[in-house]
Design a protein around this ligand. Structure first.
Ligand code: SAM
Length: 216
C-alpha cells in the first residue's frame, strides 16, 4: 500500500504520541519504558492503516501491540484512527522491517503478524518478501522460543513461496489453510484486515499459515 504523498505527514508522525521515535533506543525496553507493564508484545509488520492491529488491541487489552509501517502517508491514517480510538496498548513505528533486529532484543516479541504483504513478484526481489527465509531469520532473532508468525494473503504465488521457505529457514509449519473463511478451526476468532475484507468480498480465497520453531 502506498498512498499519494501527503504534505506534512512526516511532521505529524514526529509529533504524535502514538509513534516511537528512534525505536532502536527502546531495544530490550519496550515493556518497561514504552508500555509501562509486563504484558506480551505482538507486532504486525506492514500494518497499512492499522485497523487489524487496533481491533485486536481492543479485544485484548492485556497484550501490547506494535504496528510497523514503512510509509509515512499510510502510517498517518493509522495515527488518525488511533487519535479517535485512543487505545492504550497500541503504538506505531515508521521503519523498514529490514532493520527489525535493531529495534527488538532477543525474545522480546511474543507473536508476529504478516498480513497481505507486498508480493515483490520478480525473482530478484524475493529477499524483500516479508515471509522470505531472510526475514524469517530476522524474526528468529526477536521472537520468543515458543513464539509464532501468522501470515495471511490472497496471493497464491506469494503464499506458495512462503510455505516453501518455512523448512529451509529452520521453521515448522504448524497450521495451514487455503480457504481461511471456510475453515471453521482456523477461522475461529479471525479478525479481518482491510485488504482481507476487500479481496474476500471479490470472491478471492484467503490463505493462512502459522509457523514456529517448535521442531528446532
Ligand atoms: N496489513 C494491511 C492489510 O492487510 O490490510 C496492509 C497490507 S499492504 C498490501 C502492505 C503494507 O506493508 C504496506 O502498507 C507497505 O507499505 C507495508 N510494508 C511493505 N514492506 C514493508 C517493510 N519492509 N517494512 C515495513 N512495512 C512494509
Amino acid at each position: 500500500m502506498r498512498l499519494r504523498n501527503i504534505a506534512g505527514s512526516r511532521e505529524v508522525i514526529a509529533d504524535s504520541k502514538y509513534t516511537v521515535k528512534n525505536p532502536e533506543t527502546k531495544k530490550g525496553l519496550w515493556k518497561k519504558e514504552v508500555f509501562g507493564n509486563d504484558h506480551k508484545i505482538h507486532i504486525e509488520i506492514g500494518m497499512g492503516k492499522g485497523r487489524f492491529l487496533m481491533d485486536l488491541a481492543e479485544l485484548n487489552p492485556d497484550i501490547n501491540y506494535v504496528g510497523i509501517e514503512k510509509y509515512s502517508s499510510v502510517l498517518l491514517r493509522a495515527i488518525q484512527k488511533q487519535e479517535e480510538r485512543q487505545l492504550p496498548n497500541v503504538i506505531f513505528i515508521r521503519m523498514d522491517a529490514e532493520n527489525i533486529t535493531d529495534v527488538f532484543a532477543p525474545s522480546e516479541v511474543d507473536k508476529i503478524y504478516l498480513n497481505f504483504s507486498d508480493p515483490w513478484p520478480k525473482d530478484r526481489h524475493a529477499k524483500r518478501r516479508l515471509p522470505s527465509r531472510e526475514f524469517l531469520g530476522r524474526y528468529d532473532k526477536i521472537l520468543k522460543s515458543d513464539g509464532v508468525v501468522e501470515f495471511k494473503t490472497d496471493n497464491k504465488d506469494l503464499f506458495d513461496f512462503a510455505v516453501e521457505e518455512v523448512e529451509p529457514a529452520g521453521w515448522t509449519l504448524d497450521a495451514v489453510t487455503y480457504d481461511l473463511h471456510n475453515d471453521p478451526v482456523m477461522n475461529e476468532g479471525n479478525v479481518m484486515t482491510e485488504y482481507e475484507e476487500k479481496f474476500s468480498s471479490q470472491g478471492n480465497p484467503i490463505y493462512k499459515y502459522i509457523v514456529s520453531r517448535k521442531g528446532k
